[in-house]
Design a binder for this molecule. Structure first.
Ligand code: ADP
Ligand code: ADP
Length: 227
Protein backbone atom coordinates (compact mmCIF):
# COMPACT_ATOMS: atom_id res chain seq x y z
CA UNK A 1 0.00 0.00 0.00
CA UNK A 2 0.97 3.60 -0.57
CA UNK A 3 2.17 5.32 2.60
CA UNK A 4 2.93 8.79 1.27
CA UNK A 5 1.69 10.20 -2.00
CA UNK A 6 2.97 13.34 -3.71
CA UNK A 7 0.99 14.49 -6.75
CA UNK A 8 2.12 17.29 -9.03
CA UNK A 9 3.80 19.21 -6.23
CA UNK A 10 5.48 22.56 -6.81
CA UNK A 11 7.30 24.54 -4.18
CA UNK A 12 8.17 28.16 -4.85
CA UNK A 13 10.28 30.36 -2.63
CA UNK A 14 9.21 33.94 -3.30
CA UNK A 15 12.65 35.02 -2.04
CA UNK A 16 14.77 34.96 -5.16
CA UNK A 17 11.86 33.73 -7.24
CA UNK A 18 12.97 30.10 -7.00
CA UNK A 19 10.91 27.06 -8.00
CA UNK A 20 12.55 24.47 -5.74
CA UNK A 21 10.15 21.65 -6.73
CA UNK A 22 8.72 21.59 -10.23
CA UNK A 23 5.69 19.31 -10.71
CA UNK A 24 6.98 16.39 -8.66
CA UNK A 25 4.88 13.21 -8.40
CA UNK A 26 5.67 9.87 -6.79
CA UNK A 27 4.41 7.42 -4.19
CA UNK A 28 6.30 5.95 -1.27
CA UNK A 29 5.06 2.48 -0.44
CA UNK A 30 4.85 0.97 2.99
CA UNK A 31 8.19 -0.60 3.91
CA UNK A 32 10.22 0.98 1.12
CA UNK A 33 13.81 2.19 1.59
CA UNK A 34 14.31 5.21 -0.65
CA UNK A 35 17.45 7.30 -1.23
CA UNK A 36 17.09 10.82 -2.67
CA UNK A 37 20.19 12.03 -4.52
CA UNK A 38 21.08 14.99 -6.69
CA UNK A 39 23.35 18.00 -6.90
CA UNK A 40 23.30 20.82 -4.38
CA UNK A 41 20.26 23.04 -4.96
CA UNK A 42 18.29 20.37 -6.82
CA UNK A 43 15.46 20.36 -4.23
CA UNK A 44 16.32 17.41 -1.98
CA UNK A 45 15.98 19.25 1.33
CA UNK A 46 12.78 20.91 0.17
CA UNK A 47 11.31 17.53 -0.76
CA UNK A 48 12.32 16.07 2.61
CA UNK A 49 10.69 19.02 4.43
CA UNK A 50 7.47 18.40 2.54
CA UNK A 51 7.56 14.68 3.34
CA UNK A 52 8.10 15.63 6.99
CA UNK A 53 5.20 18.13 6.78
CA UNK A 54 7.61 20.79 8.04
CA UNK A 55 6.84 22.78 4.90
CA UNK A 56 3.78 22.97 2.62
CA UNK A 57 3.73 22.68 -1.15
CA UNK A 58 2.83 25.83 -3.11
CA UNK A 59 0.57 23.68 -5.29
CA UNK A 60 -0.24 20.03 -5.78
CA UNK A 61 -1.51 17.40 -3.35
CA UNK A 62 0.07 15.23 -0.69
CA UNK A 63 -1.48 12.47 1.36
CA UNK A 64 -0.40 10.13 4.14
CA UNK A 65 -2.02 6.70 4.48
CA UNK A 66 -4.63 7.77 1.95
CA UNK A 67 -5.66 10.90 3.86
CA UNK A 68 -5.06 14.28 2.26
CA UNK A 69 -2.71 16.55 4.17
CA UNK A 70 -4.23 20.02 3.94
CA UNK A 71 -4.93 23.07 6.07
CA UNK A 72 -7.28 21.05 8.29
CA UNK A 73 -4.64 18.40 9.14
CA UNK A 74 -3.27 18.39 12.68
CA UNK A 75 0.38 18.40 11.62
CA UNK A 76 1.81 18.22 15.14
CA UNK A 77 -0.18 15.08 15.82
CA UNK A 78 0.77 13.53 12.48
CA UNK A 79 4.45 14.29 12.99
CA UNK A 80 4.71 13.13 16.57
CA UNK A 81 2.70 9.96 15.91
CA UNK A 82 3.84 8.86 12.48
CA UNK A 83 7.06 10.52 11.35
CA UNK A 84 10.56 10.20 12.77
CA UNK A 85 13.39 12.57 11.85
CA UNK A 86 17.12 12.02 11.81
CA UNK A 87 18.37 15.47 10.84
CA UNK A 88 21.95 16.47 11.47
CA UNK A 89 20.82 19.57 13.29
CA UNK A 90 18.64 17.72 15.83
CA UNK A 91 21.05 17.55 18.72
CA UNK A 92 20.77 15.49 21.85
CA UNK A 93 20.13 17.30 25.13
CA UNK A 94 23.57 17.62 26.77
CA UNK A 95 22.50 17.19 30.40
CA UNK A 96 20.49 14.01 29.80
CA UNK A 97 21.95 10.52 29.55
CA UNK A 98 21.62 8.48 26.36
CA UNK A 99 18.69 6.53 27.80
CA UNK A 100 16.96 9.73 28.95
CA UNK A 101 17.43 11.41 25.57
CA UNK A 102 15.63 8.51 23.90
CA UNK A 103 12.66 9.06 26.24
CA UNK A 104 12.20 12.75 25.41
CA UNK A 105 9.58 12.23 22.65
CA UNK A 106 7.63 9.88 24.94
CA UNK A 107 6.72 12.62 27.43
CA UNK A 108 3.15 13.87 27.32
CA UNK A 109 1.92 10.65 25.75
CA UNK A 110 0.39 9.11 28.86
CA UNK A 111 3.20 6.65 29.54
CA UNK A 112 4.43 5.91 33.04
CA UNK A 113 8.10 6.34 33.88
CA UNK A 114 8.54 2.58 33.96
CA UNK A 115 6.96 2.21 30.52
CA UNK A 116 9.22 4.92 29.10
CA UNK A 117 12.33 3.27 30.51
CA UNK A 118 11.31 -0.15 29.24
CA UNK A 119 10.69 1.22 25.74
CA UNK A 120 13.93 3.23 25.76
CA UNK A 121 15.86 0.10 26.77
CA UNK A 122 14.45 -1.81 23.80
CA UNK A 123 15.39 1.04 21.46
CA UNK A 124 18.90 1.49 22.83
CA UNK A 125 19.43 -2.23 22.39
CA UNK A 126 18.12 -2.05 18.83
CA UNK A 127 20.82 0.50 17.96
CA UNK A 128 23.51 -1.52 19.75
CA UNK A 129 24.14 1.04 22.48
CA UNK A 130 22.92 -0.67 25.68
CA UNK A 131 26.37 -0.41 27.26
CA UNK A 132 26.24 3.38 26.89
CA UNK A 133 22.84 3.95 28.54
CA UNK A 134 24.18 6.15 31.32
CA UNK A 135 26.63 8.15 29.22
CA UNK A 136 26.06 11.81 28.48
CA UNK A 137 26.22 12.89 24.81
CA UNK A 138 29.67 14.46 25.30
CA UNK A 139 30.97 11.06 26.46
CA UNK A 140 29.91 9.45 23.19
CA UNK A 141 31.52 9.48 19.76
CA UNK A 142 29.77 11.26 16.89
CA UNK A 143 28.59 7.95 15.45
CA UNK A 144 27.34 6.78 18.83
CA UNK A 145 25.41 10.03 19.24
CA UNK A 146 23.90 9.49 15.82
CA UNK A 147 22.76 6.03 16.95
CA UNK A 148 21.11 7.54 20.03
CA UNK A 149 19.45 10.18 17.84
CA UNK A 150 18.13 7.39 15.60
CA UNK A 151 16.81 5.49 18.64
CA UNK A 152 15.12 8.71 19.82
CA UNK A 153 13.56 9.20 16.38
CA UNK A 154 11.97 5.75 16.76
CA UNK A 155 10.53 6.47 20.21
CA UNK A 156 6.96 6.89 19.01
CA UNK A 157 6.97 4.02 16.51
CA UNK A 158 6.89 6.20 13.38
CA UNK A 159 5.61 4.72 10.14
CA UNK A 160 8.07 6.83 8.18
CA UNK A 161 11.67 7.65 9.10
CA UNK A 162 13.23 10.63 7.30
CA UNK A 163 16.98 11.16 7.35
CA UNK A 164 19.10 13.99 6.00
CA UNK A 165 22.67 12.91 5.25
CA UNK A 166 22.65 10.37 8.12
CA UNK A 167 26.27 9.41 7.46
CA UNK A 168 27.35 12.85 6.25
CA UNK A 169 30.03 13.68 8.80
CA UNK A 170 30.97 10.18 9.91
CA UNK A 171 34.10 8.17 9.14
CA UNK A 172 33.68 5.11 6.93
CA UNK A 173 33.52 2.53 9.72
CA UNK A 174 30.95 4.53 11.69
CA UNK A 175 28.98 5.28 8.54
CA UNK A 176 28.85 1.58 7.70
CA UNK A 177 27.48 0.91 11.20
CA UNK A 178 24.66 3.40 10.61
CA UNK A 179 23.95 1.80 7.22
CA UNK A 180 23.71 -1.62 8.86
CA UNK A 181 21.36 -0.17 11.42
CA UNK A 182 19.15 1.25 8.66
CA UNK A 183 19.19 -2.10 6.86
CA UNK A 184 18.02 -3.77 10.08
CA UNK A 185 15.25 -1.22 10.59
CA UNK A 186 14.13 -1.87 7.06
CA UNK A 187 14.45 -5.67 7.05
CA UNK A 188 13.38 -6.51 10.56
CA UNK A 189 11.08 -3.69 11.67
CA UNK A 190 9.67 -3.14 8.14
CA UNK A 191 10.32 0.56 8.63
CA UNK A 192 9.73 2.91 5.70
CA UNK A 193 12.94 4.92 5.27
CA UNK A 194 13.63 7.96 3.12
CA UNK A 195 17.12 9.39 3.21
CA UNK A 196 18.74 12.30 1.42
CA UNK A 197 22.34 11.47 0.63
CA UNK A 198 25.38 12.34 -1.45
CA UNK A 199 26.84 8.91 -0.80
CA UNK A 200 26.66 6.26 -3.50
CA UNK A 201 27.19 3.76 -0.71
CA UNK A 202 24.01 4.86 1.08
CA UNK A 203 22.17 4.84 -2.25
CA UNK A 204 23.48 1.32 -2.89
CA UNK A 205 22.04 0.15 0.42
CA UNK A 206 18.62 1.57 -0.42
CA UNK A 207 16.01 -0.28 -2.46
CA UNK A 208 15.06 2.65 -4.63
CA UNK A 209 16.97 5.74 -5.73
CA UNK A 210 15.32 9.00 -6.81
CA UNK A 211 17.68 11.38 -8.57
CA UNK A 212 16.73 15.05 -8.60
CA UNK A 213 17.82 17.86 -10.86
CA UNK A 214 16.50 21.43 -11.02
CA UNK A 215 13.50 20.62 -8.85
CA UNK A 216 12.43 17.62 -10.93
CA UNK A 217 12.82 13.90 -10.50
CA UNK A 218 15.34 13.05 -13.17
CA UNK A 219 15.19 9.31 -12.60
CA UNK A 220 13.47 6.84 -10.32
CA UNK A 221 14.97 3.36 -10.11
CA UNK A 222 11.55 1.93 -9.22
CA UNK A 223 10.21 3.05 -12.61
CA UNK A 224 13.14 1.55 -14.47
CA UNK A 225 12.46 -1.70 -12.67
CA UNK A 226 8.76 -1.34 -13.40
CA UNK A 227 7.74 -1.53 -9.72
P1 ADP B 1 22.14 22.15 1.61
O1 ADP B 1 20.97 21.51 0.96
O2 ADP B 1 22.03 22.25 3.09
O3 ADP B 1 22.60 23.39 0.93
P2 ADP B 1 23.61 20.06 0.38
O4 ADP B 1 22.48 19.11 0.38
O5 ADP B 1 24.06 20.70 -0.86
O6 ADP B 1 23.38 21.18 1.47
O7 ADP B 1 24.87 19.36 1.05
C1 ADP B 1 24.76 18.68 2.28
C2 ADP B 1 26.16 18.30 2.72
O8 ADP B 1 26.80 17.45 1.74
C3 ADP B 1 27.05 19.50 2.88
O9 ADP B 1 27.85 19.29 4.02
C4 ADP B 1 27.89 19.51 1.61
O10 ADP B 1 29.18 20.04 1.87
C5 ADP B 1 27.99 18.04 1.29
N1 ADP B 1 28.06 17.83 -0.16
C6 ADP B 1 27.51 18.59 -1.11
N2 ADP B 1 27.75 18.09 -2.33
C7 ADP B 1 28.48 16.96 -2.15
C8 ADP B 1 29.03 15.98 -3.03
N3 ADP B 1 28.88 16.03 -4.35
N4 ADP B 1 29.70 14.95 -2.49
C9 ADP B 1 29.84 14.87 -1.15
N5 ADP B 1 29.36 15.76 -0.28
C10 ADP B 1 28.68 16.81 -0.76
P1 ADP C 1 19.21 20.64 -2.04
O1 ADP C 1 18.75 20.09 -0.73
O2 ADP C 1 19.13 19.65 -3.15
O3 ADP C 1 20.56 21.28 -1.94
P2 ADP C 1 17.21 22.68 -1.57
O4 ADP C 1 15.91 22.00 -1.47
O5 ADP C 1 17.90 23.08 -0.32
O6 ADP C 1 18.19 21.79 -2.47
O7 ADP C 1 17.06 23.99 -2.49
C1 ADP C 1 16.40 23.98 -3.74
C2 ADP C 1 16.39 25.40 -4.29
O8 ADP C 1 15.58 26.23 -3.48
C3 ADP C 1 17.78 26.05 -4.33
O9 ADP C 1 17.86 26.83 -5.47
C4 ADP C 1 17.78 26.90 -3.07
O10 ADP C 1 18.65 27.99 -3.23
C5 ADP C 1 16.34 27.32 -2.98
N1 ADP C 1 15.91 27.54 -1.58
C6 ADP C 1 15.91 26.64 -0.57
N2 ADP C 1 15.41 27.16 0.56
C7 ADP C 1 15.08 28.44 0.27
C8 ADP C 1 14.50 29.52 1.00
N3 ADP C 1 14.14 29.37 2.30
N4 ADP C 1 14.31 30.70 0.37
C9 ADP C 1 14.65 30.86 -0.92
N5 ADP C 1 15.18 29.89 -1.69
C10 ADP C 1 15.40 28.69 -1.11
Amino acid sequence: PVLFSIQDVCKDYPDGNVRALDHVSFNIHDGEYVAIMGPSGSGKSTLLSILGTLDRPTSGAISFEGKAIDSSTDLDALRSKSIGFVFQSFYLLPTLTALENIQVPMFGRGMTGAERIEKAKLLIEAVGMSERSKHLPKQLSVGQRQRIAIARSLANDPRLLLADEPTGNLDTVTANGILELFANLHDELKMTLVTVTHSEEVAGAAQRVLRMRDGKIESDSAQVAGV
